[in-house]
Design a binder for this molecule. Sequence first.
Ligand SMILES: *[C@@H]1O[C@H](CO)[C@@H](O)[C@H](O)[C@H]1NC(C)=O
Ligand SMILES: *[C@@H]1O[C@H](CO)[C@@H](O)[C@H](O)[C@H]1NC(C)=O
Ligand SMILES: *[C@@H]1O[C@H](CO)[C@@H](O)[C@H](O)[C@H]1NC(C)=O
Ligand SMILES: *[C@@H]1O[C@H](CO)[C@@H](O)[C@H](O)[C@H]1NC(C)=O
Ligand SMILES: *[C@@H]1O[C@H](CO)[C@@H](O)[C@H](O)[C@H]1NC(C)=O
Length: 307
Amino acid sequence: MGFILVDTQVHQSQRMVVFGAIFLLTTLLILYSSNSGNQLYNTVGAGNYHYASKNTNLKTWSTRDAYVPVYGNKTFLLHCGHCALVTSSSHVLGSRVGREIDRSECVIRMNDAPTSGFERDVGNRTTLRVVAHSSVFRVVRRPAEFLNLSTDMSIVFWGPPTKIGKDAKGTLFRLIQRVSATYRNVSFYTITPSKMKKFDSLFQRETGRDREKSRSWLSTGWFTMVIAIELCDNVKVYGMVPPNYCGRRQPKRMPYHYYKPRGADECAMYLQNERGRRGNHHRFITEKQVFSRWAKLYNITFSNPTW
Ligand SMILES: *[C@@H]1O[C@H](CO)[C@@H](O)[C@H](O)[C@H]1NC(C)=O
Ligand SMILES: *[C@@H]1O[C@H](CO)[C@@H](O)[C@H](O)[C@H]1NC(C)=O
Ligand SMILES: *[C@@H]1O[C@H](CO)[C@@H](O)[C@H](O)[C@H]1NC(C)=O
Ligand SMILES: *[C@@H]1O[C@H](CO)[C@@H](O)[C@H](O)[C@H]1NC(C)=O
Ligand SMILES: *[C@@H]1O[C@H](CO)[C@@H](O)[C@H](O)[C@H]1NC(C)=O
């Protein structure tokens, strides 16, 4: 950034030298970051091999008190036969699988991924929505789409206990409480602090990395996939790319979210997060490596793309 502060008096030739230097540095930086990305990939690959033998059985680690109702006397639905897990990726666009999704016994969605306007590709039923603490506002802002429904639906909120835990008493939890008391056809649950810890230790067991020390954030996809495995005999995932997808040469530009056509590019988002060192990041690619292993253990299939 310091290079930008070039004195306006410098000669044209000096300017060219500076631009040349910036170009060289940028190239080096790109090379460096793609290298470190590969290193990370390899480490993770090795981790997979090592940790594959100590798998947790997700079918049995589920406990009744993991998801607590925010309002009223409700019990989290504990079983579905065939589930459709609809991701928020733009890979679902043009798929025309809406009807197939709606025929599933349970339909699981994430955050504020809408159905109106996208029914042909993502269907119109929702049984369960898994929502991140950071998406709560986006969900409550559109009650007609997400809350004021004539059918039963459950929402599970995940987040740090300090934000959405029952003892948090913060703005976010109070908002969730108010909304839960208003929209009675929706059952609202939060993930208990002890279950949140279990999600962290699961990440560590599956990747060999401590979530906090490796400055990783779990994604809503991680929570949703685990909950789907707990609930469903079979899961069909729509719109999720395989873990190696973004490592291929120049995949076509695809928006990260199907409902934000001008939003971030999916692979750019995945790669940038996977390689991120400063600050906390999602590890979308690492998570997908774990999902691909789980697919062999549980009944999980992937559609659009198929893998
Ligand atoms: C809660 O609901 C269950 C059945 O759904 C019922 O057996 C139980 O008595 C209820 N508890 C209270 C405190 O209302
Ligand atoms: C959902 O879509 C089906 C057609 O695919 C339609 O028959 C049904 O009425 C729709 N339901 C709602 C709640 O919009
Ligand atoms: C829910 O929707 C109905 C119409 O579908 C409307 O009359 C009602 O006021 C809405 N309630 C809330 C709390 O938004
Ligand atoms: C809840 O669903 C029932 C049908 O199951 C419907 O009659 C009722 O109006 C809904 N309530 C709200 C608040 O939307
Ligand atoms: C896979 O699905 C079948 C039937 O759909 C079910 O009987 C079986 O228990 C499932 N296996 C696992 C590991 O969930």
